[in-house]
Design a protein around this ligand. Sequence first.
Ligand code: API
Length: 277
Amino acid sequence: MKFTKMHGLGNDFAVVAEFSSVPERIAELAVAVCDRHFGAGADGLVLILPSNKADFQMRIFNADGTEPEQCGNAVRCVGKYVYDHGLTDRTEITVETGAGVQRLQLETRDGKVTRVTVDMGLPILQGLLIPTDVDAEQVVAAPLRVDGEEYRYTAVSMGNPHVVLFVDSLADVDLHGIGPKIETHERFPRKANVEFVQVHAQNEVTMHVWERGVGETLACGSGACAVGVAGVLEGRTSREVTVHLKGGDLLIRWDENDGRVYMTGPAVSVYDAVWNG
Ligand SMILES: N[C@H](CCC[C@H](N)C(=O)O)C(=O)O
């Protein structure tokens, strides 16, 4: 199986475009390919497939083999892959994902994609649809008890569930301690991605992320979108915000006219390889 190692701000993927449908035992393949020691090493395995609803279809599998509905950093890599490999010559394309059909705007230099703007769609805010076990129109600055301590969180789905917690200082957060406990908290029936956020200004935050099914990653595109929405809902940030992640920056805009969330960021291709597993 040929694959291309790609990343969006260090959130890295093995991208495979040779299948016409999802192969058998894909979860096992994802776990094996993503293993950092016994495999190629990646946060996820991404398949680029044909679609009858969009120009292409993306299926993504986390390092633990689970299949999320959405992945912002991966869809930017898909946009880069299909243009750079001549599968399209258009710089405006559509990609079918588990969160719906997403529109991508590709920025190119010397015939290669450097940055991508993705219409990540409408955020889902109803508690039971995120999903959480909270039956409310929105879950904003809600209490959450973990190990006897009370946290405040805002829940947002971008197709995949996110729990956003604003803190005074990220230096005080034990992400590897508290992250998995919130990820698997009973409040979140399909688990959750966990984003801790420090606000620097109305249009600038720093975010650290513990991803569902992966663990800490250097960046999370859908998570940054959820942070952009949660910041507005909690009255902490404006509708356009630069999100600093360990792997770099994303620009997020929650458009006040169409209510959709737009994410702009880079996509990088590292190497091509053959999987012998
Ligand atoms: N682990 C996530 C999927 C990948 C999301 C992230 N890598 C992104 O860029 O959006 C989940 O289970 O929902």
